[in-house]
Design a protein around this ligand. Structure first.
Ligand code: NAD
Length: 275
């Protein structure tokens, strides 16, 4: 028996990175998953792969900044699978530039994709989550939920907001049997990270420079983060609500740190290798 046997999960941003790894892990643990994202060709391909492994997934095209599309994606999930137990608010985006260079429209867009989307999803999932009796919301924050990072003012604002929103949801719906928690990943090797690095002259050197301030000296895999999302989406984490779980290879533990070359985690991280 998998840990999510008989459970139905809605996962946003499920077409790549952490969302995709979470969908794969959830399916392996017995859940049926709604793959919610804008790139439906990718989610169809993931659904086909999961089916070949005995899983079941529903690809749903959805821009999470649209309340109508989020509402419809939840309706489609419940129509297909009959209920909803787990909501994973993972979709996110980052813009890299100084605050004074943002237009109002750009500010609003990042806020909508990263935070308002969570309001839409919780609002429309609530009747179903209440009905499930024991249900779970996991929001994806970041180390930027706790510290600032250069040239990402709006992203940092959204990720801090997610911590407050998580606590608020946890408090207001605990009596309904709903637990709500937030995972805060550090440097994770996903398309978002690569996109971020690829605008720099030497992406690999830039990554190596960043990892020098990470005690474990390695980037996380999407699967590392997915395992923490799974923990907060099942009974293994019973009694935990309104909290943040940081998965950052030690990033936030030190004010100053310089990794001395490779650490013993290097080979381990490669062996653990993704989802
Ligand atoms: N990679 C990291 O280092 C890192 C660190 C901390 C937090 N995170 C967070 O993890 C989450 C997943 O990111 P990732 O690193 O897997 O990158 P990713 O780019 O692989 O995943 C982001 C997903 O969100 C989707 N998305 C973006 N805008 C959307 C929209 N308007 N509607 C629907 N889907 C949309 C993308 O299509 C993509 O599938 C994000 O919330 C991100 O902020 C990532």
């Amino acid at each position: 028996m998998g840990r999510l046997e008989g459970k139905i999960a809605w996962i946003s941003g499920a077409t790549s990175g952490i969302g995709e790894a979470t969908a794969r892990l959830f399916a392996r643990e017995g859940a049926k998953v709604a793959l919610v994202g804008r790139r439906v060709a990718l989610s169809r391909r993931i659904a086909t792969g999961l089916k070949a492994e005995g899983g079941e997934a529903l690809p749903i095209r959805c821009d999470v900044s649209s309340e109508r599309q989020v509402r419809d994606s939840i309706r489609q999930t419940v129509k297909r699978f009959g209920k909803l137990d787990i909501l994973v608010n993972n979709a996110g985006m980052v813009h890299v530039k100084a605050l004074h260079k943002y237009t109002e429209r750009e500010w609003d867009h990042v806020m909508a994709v990263n935070v308002k989307s969570m309001f839409f999803a919780v609002k429309h999932a609530m009747p179903h989550l209440r009905r499930a009796g024991r249900s779970y919301i996991v929001n994806v924050g970041s180390i930027s939920s706790f510290v600032g990072q250069a040239l990402t003012p709006v992203y940092t604002t959204t990720k801090h907001a997610i911590v407050g929103l998580t606590k608020s949801i946890a408090l207001d719906y605990a009596a309904d049997g709903i637990r709500c928690n937030c995972v805060c990943p550090g440097i994770t090797d996903t398309p978002m990270l690569r996109e971020h690095l690829n605008v720099l002259p030497d992406p690999e050197a830039a990554l190596a420079a960043r990892l020098r301030r990470v005690p474990m000296g390695v980037p996380l895999t999407p699967h590392d983060v997915a395992k923490s999302i799974l923990f907060l989406s099942c009974d293994d984490s019973s009694g935990i609500t309104g909290t943040t779980l940081t998965i950052d290879a030690g990033y936030l533990t030190a004010a100053e740190w310089e990794t001395k070359g490779g650490t013993k985690f290097m080979s381990g991280a490669k062996a653990a290798g993704g989802s």
